[in-house]
Write a protein that binds this ligand. Structure first.
Ligand code: FES
Length: 160
């Protein structure tokens, strides 16, 4: 991926060069890489290893220790369902079950085509709309399981 993209590789090299001589900066470097790509691609980890002289195992030790680092490309449509108390009491688990059924995955997974991911998250602060889910940050309130097929159709409209 990165090998065929000169601009992307140039940006990656600039990130590595900015941090490689700063002691204890591996986490900062990986943050910058994730900001650039939305995750930390394996190719990027390998390039950091080569260019900054950091063992690949050390890089993955850091990547897997901190939960905020993503090792896979984010789905095109990132669905999050609030499982906070108000949403839970209003049936958030049934919303998740319907998403799992419609998309053929389990919460925490991404569809094999990389199009949809489903994750549970804690209170979004709009409990009055419970149960709440978001798709790429857009809020859907008072979601019923029966609404899920039409929401998914609407989101991916124009792709077929
Ligand atoms: S509990 Fe879901 S938005 Fe607050």
């Amino acid at each position: 991926m990165l090998e065929n993209d000169n601009a992307s590789t140039h940006n990656l090299d600039a990130i590595i060069d900015k941090w490689k001589d700063v002691k204890g900066s591996l986490v900062m470097m990986l943050h910058a890489v994730q900001n650039e790509y939305g995750y930390v691609p394996r190719e990027a980890a390998m390039r950091i290893s080569q260019r900054a002289g950091i063992h690949l195992a050390k890089i993955y030790e850091v990547l897997t220790f901190y939960h905020f680092f993503k090792l896979n490309a984010p789905a095109k449509y990132q669905i999050s369902v609030c499982t906070g108390t108000a949403c839970y009491l209003k049936g958030a688990d049934n919303v998740i079950k319907e998403l799992e059924h419609e998309l053929g995955l389990k919460a925490g997974e991404t569809t094999s085509d990389g199009k949809f991911s489903v994750a549970a998250l804690r209170c979004l602060g709009c409990c009055v709309l419970a149960p709440v889910m978001t798709i790429n940050g857009k809020i859907y309130g008072q979601v019923k399981p029966a609404d899920i097929p039409s929401i998914l159709r609407e989101v991916s409209k124009g792709e077929e």
